[in-house]
Design a protein around this ligand. Sequence first.
Ligand SMILES: [Zn+2]
Length: 50
Amino acid sequence: MQEVRCASCGKLLCRGIYTQIEIKCPRCRAMNVLRTVSPQPERRERQIQE
Ligand SMILES: [Zn+2]
C-alpha cells in the first residue's frame, strides 16, 4: 500500500492503493491532489497457433 502524506506539512493522511486522490489535510488545510502513474505493461494479444 501507499502512504499519502500532506505535501505541505508531511502529515500522514491515509494509506491505500490509489491512482488518483484528492484529500484535504486536517492539520494545515492544504488540498493535496495526488496521482500515481503506474506503468501498465502493454497487453499484446498473442496469436495462438492451433
Ligand atoms: Zn498538511
